[in-house]
Write a protein that binds this ligand. Structure first.
Ligand code: PEP
Length: 253
């Protein structure tokens, strides 16, 4: 399976979200997408709008950008995985570097959220990635491996088959810097090896997405890498023409 996920972050009004989804519906027919599954992650207040607009488009799924690990309780301002599933979401992004950085999310939080998402039949898109200091120190493979192992701790194969991994080098997110195709493949192959140790053959079917300033001008080479199964796209997911172009490139890869 190839996945193109768009993380809209804290962008778009209701009307902008509507217009973007309608444009994608017009362009991205099932024939055009082929085996590409599109996942859109609008701001949580627009989740049900997206779900309603895409009700007849099973090839386009809707994800939340975050969820709380507890099902309910006194957590003002939070939305649980249970509530996201109840609203009709298909997936949820977990452990995005912006949440790790600005909201203090830890590897343990990521693990609890991933378990909660799976318990509610939401497909978790689990983000891992190193910052620039780690990359410069040359310890990126070990650091990201540790994030992945922590995120999936205690999750067995029956559930892991629903997990999507997104490798997003923090130094490449929203910066215009992209990992080279070789850097992405090196990390993806390493993570695939870690997954294989735990899950065996299943690891070959677990999508590993690349994210970090991925856009039509650089995506073809990234998507062509054997262990890159798609993209988690920030900025370029807000521009219908760019996102459609990325879907075409992924379909052809
Ligand atoms: C992201 O935030 O997941 C991301 C990859 O952002 P951008 O494409 O804008 O770098």
């Amino acid at each position: 399976m190839k996945i193109l996920a768009g993380n809209w972050k804290m962008n778009t009004t209701f009307e902008e979200g509507y217009t973007l989804i309608e444009a994608l519906k017009t362009e991205l027919s099932p024939e055009r997408l082929g085996e590409v599954v599109v996942v859109l992650a609008p701001p949580v207040v627009q989740l049900t709008q997206a779900i309603d607009l895409l009700i007849d488009y099973p090839e386009m799924a809707v994800a939340a950008q975050n969820g709380h690990a507890s099902d309910s309780g006194a957590f003002t301002g939070e939305v649980s995985m249970a509530q996201l599933a109840d609203a009709g979401a298909d997936a949820v992004i977990i452990g995005h570097s912006e949440r790790r950085q600005y909201s203090g999310e830890t590897d343990r939080d990521v693990n609890l959220k991933t378990k909660s998402a799976l318990a509610h039949e939401l497909r978790p898109i689990v983000c891992v990635g190193e910052d620039l200091s780690v990359r410069k120190a040359g310890t990126h493979l070990a650091v990201v491996e540790a994030q992945l192992r922590a995120a999936l701790d205690g999750i067995d194969g029956d559930l892991a088959e629903n997990v999507v991994i997104a490798y997003e080098p923090v130094w490449a997110i929203g910066t215009g810097e992209t990992a080279t195709a070789a850097q992405a493949q090196e990390m993806h192959a390493h993570l695939r090896g870690v997954l294989r140790e735990t899950y065996g053959e299943l690891a070959n079917h677990m999508p590993i997405l690349y994210g970090g300033s991925c856009k039509p001008s650089n995506a073809a080479e990234l998507f062509a890498q054997p262990d890159v199964n798609g993209g988690l796209i920030g900025g370029a997911s807000l521009v219908a023409a760019d996102f459609v172009a990325l879907a075409d490139l992924l379909q052809k890869a």
